[in-house]
Write a protein that binds this ligand. Structure first.
Ligand code: AMP
Ligand code: TRP
Length: 345
């Protein structure tokens, strides 16, 4: 990728992030994304999108897609995003995302997309059978972010490469069209112990919606019993918990559980070890299960309450889309002017 100069962007700070409505959310989404969404909402202007246009890069049943979109919006709110403070909206309700994505398709290089590891992971051996949308997925993601000139993007570790691509697209656009500082060079907000939550069955694989084993993940909708069972059965090694972070490095499953405890309790991993060093999983797993249940129970019960009143969620999404569109339209119009496009009829 290209060497990036310091951004001369001088506009206001703004946060943008998105989650795909492609299945039930899990603890990785909660810690990698939602918890950060909540923490940022009173620090900067925040836009939290439900990215249904990204979701259809893999097949989605049209009879379910709207309900899935509502469910993600409900998860945002249940996790603590306040729709009167942050803007929550569905991507497909703001058509400007697709228009800017087209312009960026002509800025991004095939060589850049060929390096995207998520595309390779998602299509596996069947590259020929993957949708073209899946290939240009990161370009649409760059459009999501830059359509609002967002300066900060809270995401999990797996999105790091897509955020680098977003910066490359912004820098190349600004350079090629001689518009210095028009788009910001967006900062990813990734750090923290929840940035990469691993599978409960394999400490070297990411916790993921697409893992065939439900035992590998804790879903936001799991009840207390399911959560406790999954943690009790989580893969571990036979050793007691160590005293130092160094010793965790060669023990991926132990490291993951300590990381989850740390992220859920707000303590550092070192202080979790101080508390549990020398203890076996017979002590640590029940303590972890109690903590996860205590933190997630209010989120899942609030999600159920919200999903029982879809009209309320729909009102939030409609108001959010209207606000998002009012921010996006002038930025897209200015972009089209820079490119030399014809004004809209
Ligand atoms: P997705 O479900 O792929 O749309 O992801 C939504 C958000 O959750 C993104 O910010 C991801 O980076 C984040 N995320 C997904 N899986 C994990 C994980 N295992 N650990 C931490 N963050 C994750
Ligand atoms: N690609 C992200 C994911 O799978 C979702 C996403 C789409 C996103 N557009 C975004 C995240 C813009 C942050 C900003 O997790």
């Amino acid at each position: 990728m290209t060497e990036q100069p310091a951004s001369p962007y001088t506009g206001p700070t703004r946060v943008f992030s998105g989650v795909q409505p492609s299945g039930a959310l899990h603890l990785g989404n909660y810690l990698g994304a939602l918890v950060k969404f909540v923490a940022l909402q009173r620090q900067m202007e925040c836009l939290y999108c439900v990215v249904d246009m990204h979701a259809i890069t893999a097949w989605q049943d049209p009879r379910l897609l709207r309900a899935q979109t509502r469910e993600i919006a409900a998860a945002y709110i249940a996790a603590g995003v306040d729709p009167s403070v942050a803007t929550i909206f569905p991507q497909s309700a703001v058509p400007e995302h697709a228009e800017l994505a087209w312009i960026f398709n002509c800025v991004a290089r095939v060589g850049w997309l060929d390096r995207m590891t998520q595309f390779k992971d998602k299509c596996g051996k069947d590259k020929e059978g993957a949708s073209v949308g899946l290939y240009t997925y990161p370009v649409l993601q760059a459009a999501d972010i830059l359509l609002y000139k967002a300066t900060h993007v809270p995401v999990g570790e797996d999105q790091k490469q897509h955020l680098e691509l977003t910066r490359d697209i912004a820098a190349k656009f600004n350079h090629d069209f001689d518009a210095p500082g028009f788009f910001p060079l967006t900062e990813p907000l990734i750090e923290g112990p929840g940035a990469r939550v691993m599978s409960l069955r394999d400490g070297t694989a990411k916790m993921s919606k697409s893992d065939p084993s439900d035992q590998s993940r804790i879903n936001l909708t799991d009840d207390a019993d399911a959560i406790s069972k999954k943690i009790r059965r989580a893969k571990t090694d036979p050793l007691p918990l160590p005293e130092t972070l160094d010793e965790l490095k060669t023990r991926p499953e132990a490291d993951n559980l300590v990381g989850i405890y740390s992220a859920m309790s707000g303590q550092t991993k070192a202080s979790v070890l101080e508390q549990f060093a020398g203890q076996g999983y017979g002590v640590f797993k029940p303590a972890l299960a109690d903590l996860v249940v205590e933190r997630l129970a209010p989120v899942s019960s609030e999600m159920r309450r919200l999903m029982a009143d879809p009209a309320e969620i729909d009102r939030v999404l409609a108001a959010g889309a209207e606000h998002a569109r009012s921010l996006a339209a002038p930025i897209l119009a200015a972009t089209k002017e820079i490119v030399g496009f014809w004004p809209a009829a």
